[in-house]
Design a protein around this ligand. Structure first.
Ligand SMILES: Cc1ncc(COP(=O)(O)O)c(C=O)c1O
Length: 370
């Protein structure tokens, strides 16, 4: 059996006919930039995430950047973020000229350790970024409490967490601003690069619309340092088309994750990301933790199963930043021990069982301890 890590083709096949009708329509209209599907998608996506406003833009990385730009974060400012995330969480900070301040993660949820956040706050702290890693919401109540105590806004990096919930409220609605990615393999994946910001602030929405459109509200008048982070209409059309499927695809991911957990729960040397009872996780990734990661990955690969590592180097240890080994010990340990198993809506029960059986064979042979 061959099991890829992601399967974008079957997802495309599901909506190919409808999408090609939209492509034909857009090409005939020569409406290439920022068209009607952008507006339609933004409204639907924001309301799905309990938010008043949505702005589509060219990537999740652009979204992280714009969330901080909208708050005027710049040189001399510090922004707190978890060490265990994709590097793009940090780029927004660096692109604004601010300094990232890395905080270690909780060993059970793998998300930012809210208790350590307060210790890192200084008079220069201007924002805290909550990342909902692998689709599991960060501890939003605690982060919002800290933010309120010090008057510091919370930003959500919800790139991996479309439709995830904390206390029955959708992610993307807790922060002052939230950023989503629609990179093709994400839970809601575009036919190209794409991202969005959700917020309840009309003022910040208008500000971001202006910055991403060359700092301009009306043509050739530029009153703000701008850039071009607009989202192409053809790509927005793919996202708008996929919205009605998102709930069903999310439930499929949750079913698959539950099956993995049930099948693997008696294997003592495999740990999972713990999902607190007040959270709905949406499993962008299904990640296991084991001391014997490289051997397990090799074994699965030999059995036709592709896996991933998210992320092999915690971001404080990337050479562009100044972190040291030992600064964030849990993130460093997870970087050595986590392995992402295949997960996507069309993965079948028998494929999940096959992956689990191969993990079981491996663990019985190795008798390893976590
Ligand atoms: C946590 C996180 N933040 C930001 C991004 C950046 O999104 P994009 O690839 O759309 O720029 C990603 C994408 O992988 C991500 O996983």
């Amino acid at each position: 059996m061959k099991i890829p890590f992601v399967d974008l083709k079957s997802n495309f096949d599901q909506i190919k006919k409808e999408y090609l009708i939209r492509v034909d329509q857009i090409l005939n209209d020569t409406s290439f930039i920022d068209g009607y599907y952008n507006r339609s998608f933004e409204d639907k996506f924001a309301s799905l995430h309990d938010s008043k406003f949505g702005v589509s833009l060219s990537s999740g990385t652009a979204g992280n950047h714009m969330a901080l730009r909208a708050l005027n974060i710049g040189v001399g400012d510090e922004v707190i973020l978890p060490a265990n995330t994709f590097i793009a969480t940090a780029w927004g900070i660096t692109l604004c000229g601010a300094t990232p301040v890395f905080v270690d993660v909780d060993p059970e949820t793998f998300n930012i350790d809210s208790k350590q956040v307060e210790e890192k706050i200084t008079s220069n702290t201007k924002a805290i970024i909550a990342v909902h890693l692998y689709g599991l919401p960060a501890k939003m109540d605690a982060l919002l409490r800290v933010g309120k105590k010090y008057g510091i806004p919370i930003i959500e990096d919800a790139a991996q967490a479309h439709l995830a919930e904390f206390d029955s409220q959708k992610v993307g609605s807790f922060g002052k601003l939230s950023s989503f990615s629609f990179y093709p393999s994400k839970n809601l994946g575009a036919f190209g690069e794409a991202g969005a910001i959700t917020t309840n602030s009309e003022e910040l929405t208008l500000k971001i619309r202006k910055i991403i459109n060359q700092g301009s509200e009306s043509k050739y008048v530029h009153s703000e340092l701008g850039t071009n982070y607009r989202l192409s209409h053809l790509i927005a059309a793919s996202l708008d088309l996929k919205i009605p499927y998102l709930q069903e695809w999310t439930e499929a991911r949750i079913r698959i994750a539950n099956r993995y957990q049930n099948n693997l729960k008696d294997i003592s040397n495999i740990n999972f990301q713990k999902v607190p009872s007040n959270c709905k996780a949406v499993y962008h990734l299904f990640v296991v933790q084991t001391q014997n990661r490289s051997d397990l990955q090799k074994h699965l690969n030999e059995k036709g199963i592709s896996t991933g590592i998210h992320y092999p180097i915690p971001i404080h240890l990337q050479s562009i930043f100044n972190g040291k080994q030992g600064d964030c010990p849990i993130a460093e340990k997870l970087a050595q021990q986590t392995l992402s198993l295949p997960i996507y809506p069309n993965l079948t029960d028998s494929e999940v069982d096959y992956v689990c059986d191969r993990i079981r064979d491996f663990s019985m042979n190795k008798n390893i301890e976590v």
